[in-house]
Design a protein around this ligand. Structure first.
Ligand SMILES: [Zn+2]
Ligand SMILES: [Zn+2]
Length: 86
């Protein structure tokens, strides 16, 4: 009888874990906005969030610190005139 109780407990734990796994997590920071070689980029590569107070504050709002990761003004990858269809 005790085995049955243990089994039930196990099932309960498993189902609660499954529910936890399916619930959406907090919105992740858009890491693609990290400035390459910047403080946040380096920290991310080191496996931990940037420790700068300004970056920590931004991360709490699921944002990327604009002070340390300024948005590049120039357009990304200049689109070269692609050769016409061959
Ligand atoms: Zn940073
Ligand atoms: Zn910052």
């Amino acid at each position: 009888m005790k085995n049955l109780l243990r089994l039930l407990a196990l099932v309960a734990v498993c189902s609660s874990l499954a529910i936890a796994a399916t619930t959406p997590a907090a919105p992740a920071v858009d890491k693609s906005k990290f400035k390459t070689g910047g403080c946040c980029d380096k920290a991310e590569k080191g496996g931990k969030p940037c420790a700068h107070p300004c970056c920590v504050k931004a991360a709490k709002d699921s944002k990327v610190c604009e002070k340390c990761n300024p948005v590049a003004k120039d357009a990304p990858a200049p689109a070269k005139d692609a050769p016409a269809t061959k």
